[in-house]
Design a protein around this ligand. Structure first.
Ligand SMILES: NC(=O)c1ccc[n+]([C@@H]2O[C@H](COP(=O)([O-])OP(=O)(O)OC[C@H]3O[C@@H](n4cnc5c(N)ncnc54)[C@H](O)[C@@H]3O)[C@@H](O)[C@H]2O)c1
Length: 319
């Protein structure tokens, strides 16, 4: 029995693989498995005899059918072209984010075993006029190519679930902060950069107004929730498989106050404020707060506050 993780070489994918290995399978609702297969353009960095790394393009339908075989009990579909990259290369993003998702769903359907299918979606599916606190029932008006493509993926996973082809779980992730490493092509990359770079003694620019509300999760909480997503009973989720995963709502100004509390005034002074319209257009169209009563009742979790996410990063990665 195997679990497939597309995007297994990526930031969240490699962490999900490590957490699944720590669980071992067959515990706390996680299906029993003997192996985990990372599927990515790049090799998986996790070294463990239970992990095999397959490199290839998920948008290749024949490749998808080759890797998703009858012994597949779960599929984490995390591979994607991210928000900034999707805006820059529409055709590549259509191929990976839409055609790739469909190819994986078809391969999962062909197993005939209704495997669990976890799809990572995003706040970018929202846009247009929004209430202060977004309910699950709010209609989708994506304001970016990435958001539109994630919305298409969500609907596909829901309908393949309704038809009994897969047992889908759509996780709309909050923006992850503080993400270690280098800036990436996501428009929200600054949400980690304005904390991470100053804590490492480097300057960073904040491209959005200080009153911009962000919906954030630490990497640890996000990975815990993704592991819970394969474990939770599908019947309890109900027919509508899309969930806004819990996060904390903070303004960018409050994020910088957390930086100052944890890293001191010298760290805060390293943040400049030059507006960047490309980022404002995407990130300021996203909601800042959500009604997450249903996912909390289903056992998903969130950070106590943003200070704890900053402390988590500092303890693990600074000095
Ligand atoms: N990190 C966040 O803040 C956040 C927020 C919301 C949603 N998400 C979603 O979570 C998922 C994982 O995000 P991440 O932060 O780990 O991103 P990441 O960029 O670190 O990982 C994505 C991986 O997908 C792989 N990939 C891209 N195109 C591929 C293809 N055609 N075939 C095979 N592999 C391919 C990349 O090589 C990369 O390793 C994505 O679907 C993303 O949209 C992330």
């Amino acid at each position: 029995m195997k679990i497939i993780v597309t995007g297994g070489a990526g930031f969240l994918g490699s962490r999900v693989i490590r957490s699944l290995l720590a669980n071992g399978g067959g515990k706390d609702g996680v299906p029993a498995f003997d192996s985990i297969v990372s599927v990515d353009l790049a090799p998986c960095p996790v070294e463990d005899p239970r992990v095999s790394s397959v490199t290839g393009d998920i948008a290749d339908a024949a490749f998808a059918r080759e890797i998703i075989t009858e012994d597949t009990v779960g599929i984490y579909h995390l591979a994607a072209v991210l928000s900034g990259g999707s805006e820059q290369d529409f055709d590549l993003a259509m191929r990976v984010n839409v055609d790739g998702t469909r190819a994986l769903l078809e391969a999962a359907r062909a197993t005939g075993n209704c495997p669990r299918f976890i799809f990572t979606s995003s706040l970018a599916v929202y846009g247009g006029p929004m209430p202060d606190v977004v309910p699950e029932s709010l209609g989708l008006q994506p304001a970016s190519t990435y958001g539109a493509q994630k919305a298409i993926g969500e609907f596909l996973v829901n309908d393949y679930s309704r038809k009994g082809f897969v047992d889908g779980r759509v996780c709309r992730l909050p923006t992850i902060s503080v993400r270690p490493g280098k800036p990436n092509s996501a428009a929200s990359s600054f949400a980690s950069g304005i904390i991470r770079e100053p804590l490492n003694g480097e300057a960073s620019n904040c491209p959005v107004p200080l009153d911009t509300r962000m919906w954030l999760s630490s990497p640890d909480a996000a990975v815990k929730n993704l592991v819970h997503a394969i474990a939770v009973d599908g019947e309890k989720i109900g027919q509508w498989r899309t969930m806004n995963l819990p996060g904390v709502c903070v303004t960018v100004g409050e994020m910088l106050a957390s930086l100052e509390r944890v890293g001191g005034p010298a760290a805060r002074a390293l943040v400049t404020q030059e507006p960047e319209q490309r980022v404002i257009d995407i990130v300021c169209s996203w909601p800042g707060d959500f009604d997450v009563s249903r996912p909390l009742a289903l056992g998903f979790v969130r950070d106590a506050d943003f200070d704890s996410a900053v402390r988590q990063y500092k303890a693990e990665f600074v000095g």
